[in-house]
Design a protein around this ligand. Structure first.
Ligand code: CA
Length: 418
């Protein structure tokens, strides 16, 4: 990709460069919820550009498409349209382009990001969580079952997943309360009830679908990316004690559905193109409907920080999306191979993204190895799991030469049980 420069001032190490231009929904004291695109410390108010006729070549764009409370209707217009919008904004922001820079609407079109509140970018109808990291599945299998047979027999033949809860998915900045529930530790004679004692995060990425299907239809791995609009960071909050007691035989339920947090900017697949690479070799060979003709993995750096109340943040994990055994095309092909229909705005989380080394594990369960190796956060603070008052922050970015594309962050404070 050729090097691009913009007239917008971009702070060093900003995730929101001219190469990125993610979509989100924001509001501020003056403006009702609307669609914007992040660039440096600014947000481009797309409705202003539309009013001023900058999208005139997209004749089918409804007048109010950018002032709706979610991106669903915009995304549903299809990739040819959203891609043109993003390309047009990129062109307007180029250093040698004067049409917006010198336009009288410039002040109105460029909103300060600091003064904006980010909202949920999409209305999520359905949410699915996969379990696609071989390192994570092996770690968890070793802890809870048998280190010799950590992976169950199906794991390398299909991307394991479950249907999660969409109602409790919240954007970055919204605090959560420690969940209550039932648990029975091995030494307990009977189950007990109370606030979870093992609250955990899971470092994940999630993709948003932008093209629906009808019941009975299946999506091939080759067509899968046509249905994927972009990605957000995803913290799949987990109450390990509640989860361990309830999950047999049907899987996650109250240990998971109390909250999941996402970063508010949807980074498009187009923006991630420079970071595409092949995933891990799959052995045994997968069934034909899961075979891929091209690469569907991405080199994305991921980090998790914990900030205890009144202390500074401390990095506890460095991982990378490229470690995932199952890719997004395989996940969507598997999800729909039985004819399950998908909708615009559905969310599909990757599963915890752990790498091979102990500092790359994507959950406290693994980082502190079931509580046996407390993490040293400095300033005399140690953690086995997440405590009340802690803020968990996830960040993600990709970098190649001069090109940086990032997600910003998802940060969530944990409050005591309600
Ligand atoms: Ca998960």
């Amino acid at each position: 990709m050729s090097q691009l420069s913009t007239w917008v001032q971009i702070p060093n190490n900003s995730d929101f460069t001219i190469y990125n231009l993610p979509f989100g929904i924001f509001q501020n004291k003056r403006l009702s919820p609307r669609a914007g695109m992040a660039i440096g410390d600014k947000i481009v108010d797309l409705s202003v550009l539309h009013q001023e006729g900058f999208f005139a070549e997209l004749s089918q764009l409804p007048t109010d498409i950018f002032v709706r409370a979610s991106l669903n209707d915009l995304i549903a217009l299809g990739k040819p349209v959203t891609r043109k919008i993003r390309e047009k904004v990129q062109e307007l922001l180029l250093a040698d382009n004067e049409s917006l820079r010198e336009h009288q609407c410039r002040g109105k079109a460029m909103v300060n990001r600091k003064e904006a509140k980010m909202l949920m970018p999409v209305q999520i109808g359905d949410y699915t969580d996969f379990y696609s990291s071989i390192e994570h599945a092996t770690n968890v299998g070793s802890m809870f079952r048998d280190p010799e047979n950590a992976l169950l027999p199906n794991w390398k033949h299909l991307p394991v997943g479950y249907h999660g809860r969409a109602s409790s998915i919240i954007p970055s900045g919204v605090p959560i309360h420690r969940p209550k529930g039932q648990y029975k530790d091995p030494h307990m004679e009977a189950p007990e009830f109370g606030p979870s004692r093992r609250l955990d995060f899971e470092l994940e990425l999630a993709f948003v679908t932008g093209k629906s299907t009808k019941m009975g239809d299946s999506i091939s791995t080759s067509d899968a990316e046509d249905h994927i609009f972009g990605f957000v960071l995803f913290n799949d909050w987990s109450a390990r004690d509640i989860q361990a007691w309830e999950y047999v035989p049907l899987g996650p339920f109250l240990g998971k559905n109390f909250a999941s947090s996402i970063s508010p900017w949807i980074v498009t697949l187009e923006a991630l193109e420079p970071f595409r690479l092949s995933g891990p070799k799959q052995d045994p060979q997968v069934l034909p409907y899961l075979a891929c003709k091209k690469d569907h993995s991405f080199d994305l750096n991921l980090e998790v920080y914990i900030q205890p109340e009144g202390k500074s943040e401390s990095r506890v994990c460095i991982s990378n999306f490229k470690h995932m055994y199952w890719n997004i095309a395989q996940q969507l092909a598997h999800h729909t191979v039985n004819g399950c229909n998908i909708n615009v705005g559905d969310l599909y989380a990757s599963g915890t993204i752990s790498g091979k080394t102990p500092d790359s594990f994507g959950s406290m369960l693994e980082l502190a190895w079931k509580g046996t190796k407390p993490l040293d956060l400095g300033e005399g603070v140690f953690r086995k799991f997440i405590e009340d008052g802690d803020t968990v922050i996830m960040r993600g970015f990709a970098q190649k030469d001069q090109i940086r594309v990032g997600f910003g962050e998802v940060n969530t404070k944990v409050l005591p049980t309600k």
